[in-house]
Design a protein around this ligand. Sequence first.
Ligand code: GZL
Length: 331
Amino acid sequence: MRKRNRTLLPVLAGVCILLSLTLAGCGSQAKDSGAAGSGLVVGFSQLGSESAWRLGNTVSMERAAEEHGISLVVDNGMQKQENQIAAIRSFIAYQVDVIVFAPIVEDGWTNVLQEAKEAEIPVIMMDRVINVKDSDLYTAYIGPDHYQEGVNAAKFLQKKAEDMDQETIRIVEMSGTEGSSPMISRYKGFHDLIDRDERFEVLETISGDFLRSKGKECMETFLRKYPDQIDVLYSHNDAMTLGAIEVMEEHGIEPGKDIVIISVDGEQAAIDLLKEGKINCVVECSPMLGDAVMDLAEKIVSGQEYPRITRPEESCFTEYDDLSGLQPRGY
Ligand code: GZL
């Protein structure tokens, strides 16, 4: 591993330092993974803390770093791309061994990733993806298949439609952060099936930015514009769904019965509502990526073979399933 002469103080000002470090020789928890024992330093630019999914993802990274004996420098971008870019520049100046980032949106990363490449610092893209012409600007990707999640949502609805004795089934959609890969791909995966199925009509799609508060606003708007016309809500994440359900119940609407609800993520609160019959389908999107990221970082730094793309196993939980054996979700 390249020796880097790091001066910690000035560069990391403003960057939250989470030293979950068990230094080589003084920590017992570090897995025997070669480079990790040599005090690997990983800079992690997290996009924010907007949902239980995101918080679970951050915890997963912190726990995995500790288990691997890696010092993790975490920066919370607070939902702003410019903060993420500034953090990545700090990691470059500090000469971390590996940079990990969860890009809030797909565009605008070329320059800073070019700087990381020139500094010879490997970059792991995690969770969301980016649009860059030169795919060499990142070393590897670990994250979910957001397109398949949209397809899973659509497939559930096509099955559910068989039980809904209606000629036309009208859908409203709450989408995620504009320009983010989960929003773009969950939209496309869903519409690629639904738009060519004549049983369905999508009344409107509004972005709720993956936020519970905006999920409430979206549902208020939908109920105002389409009174008694909504049969299905497709929501790109559980946080927005929880907000929408709050509004439905304020309006005397029975979620999961008067309006069929399909949600994405799989956080505990949504699974609990699925079991109660207030949500009909929860498409899983796992935030537990930390262990795979740390394994990958160690492989890259120690020159071992590693996969360019790694995707977690993901399921789809529906009202048709026996959920009694489901393990606690952890987020
Ligand atoms: C999906 C992830 C999304 C979650 C949201 O991989 O990027 O961001 O679905 C989170 O809950 O805000």
